[in-house]
Design a protein around this ligand. Structure first.
Ligand code: NAP
Length: 321
């Protein structure tokens, strides 16, 4: 029977499904040596939230497919997997709407100061009717700039344009005609997006080109009243430059689901700033979506090992080998 390594705990029914097709060995990715040894002995792997380096795959000669329970695949060296003939599968689409909801939660929470004021009430500070010191900013009718208008960015644009009557600007390497037609989205250069947007939302994958896409210069190019939302990957933003910009009032606030180091360190300056809403990487984290992602990843893996997977493949080149 084939062997599969699972480096993330799986819902019972998903595990049972995999066990119909293979022997499943569960490993704790923090136990590096045991993890590497298990990969050496397996045909397939499934998991999330762990870096899989080329060194970890040395000697894993039976490995045919890896399946990540995520749409992002920055934790893999895709070229190396292709060279080794290993298929990499991911889970686009099933998490699009939940992640767009998280983005919008951050937009609303930052603009209307939901977390800060809920804490204020809890601390017994609400002693008279509120005044300008507790006012926030409108979201409806404002301009949203989406850096990376793909699946999730498109779902954010839909909420923004149809639900909140917002003007949508975006950057992409190629045009998203569907979003242009459906939501009036306008493709602009990053400089224009930064200068015009009230909310700048990052939804690009983390790649060599997008690492630190937003640094000190880009933050300075934003409106002083603007709010930065990052639900892509921490490293798309230069976190030190962001901390500085939030301290200096270069921008108004930030809503962050992702960070340079996760979990975010308890002594991060971001946690003491009232104009920051920090979430523990919950983009897709609903019961329904996380289950759908695990099932989708398991189905991808079984099909990849059978040689029948046709969708959700990151490195299609591997099939041409
Ligand atoms: P997607 O459909 O591939 O969208 C990514 C968009 O980014 C595309 O429109 C792409 O357009 C654009 N893009 C790529 N490289 C770019 C570059 N160098 N400059 C400008 N734009 C670029 O992916 P998705 O499903 O929306 O997911 C996007 C990312 O969200 C994932 O990769 C993941 O990192 C993140 N994510 C985070 C969470 C969370 O929990 N916070 C959850 C899910 C996903 P072009 O190719 O035309 O440039």
């Amino acid at each position: 029977m084939k062997k599969i390594v699972a480096w993330k705990s799986l819902p019972e029914d998903v595990l049972a499904y995999l066990q119909q097709h293979a022997q499943v060995v569960q490993v704790d990715p923090s136990q590096h040596d045991a993890f590497v040894a298990a990969l050496r002995d397996a045909e397939g792997g499934i998991g999330a939230s762990a870096q899989i380096t080329p060194a970890m795959l040395e000697g894993a000669n039976r490995l045919k497919a890896l399946s990540t329970i995520s749409v992002g695949y920055d934790q893999f060296d895709v070229d190396d997997l292709t060279r080794r003939g290993i298929v990499l599968a991911h889970t686009p689409d099933v998490l699009t709407e939940s992640t767009a909801d998280t983005v919008f939660s951050l937009i609303l929470a930052c603009a209307r100061r939901v977390v800060e004021l809920a804490d204020w009430v809890r601390a017994g500070q609400w002693r008279a009717s509120i005044g300008p010191a507790q006012f926030g900013l409108d979201v409806q009718g404002k301009t949203i700039g989406i850096v990376g208008l793909g699946r999730i960015g498109g779902a954010v644009a839909r909420r923004a344009a149809l639900g909140f009557n917002m003007k949508v600007l975006y950057t992409n390497r190629s045009a998203n005609r569907e979003a242009e037609q459906a939501y009036g989205a306008r493709r602009v250069e990053l400089a224009e997006l930064l200068a015009q947007s009230d909310f700048v939302c990052l939804q690009v994958p983390l790649t060599r080109e997008t690492r630190h896409l937003i640094g000190a210069a880009e933050l300075r190019a934003m409106k002083k009243s603007a709010i930065l939302i990052n639900a892509s990957r921490g490293a798309t933003v230069d976190e030190l430059a962001l901390i500085e910009a939030l301290r200096n009032g270069t921008i108004h606030g930030a809503g962050l689901d992702v960070f340079d180091t996760e979990p975010l360190q308890a002594d991060s300056p971001l946690l003491s700033m009232p104009n920051v809403v920090a979430l523990p990487h919950i983009g897709s984290a609903t019961h329904e979506t996380r289950h759908a992602m695990a099932l989708n990843a398991a189905q991808n893996l079984v099909a990849a090992l059978d040689g029948t997977l046709t969708t959700n493949i990151v490195n299609r080149d591997v099939l041409a080998r």
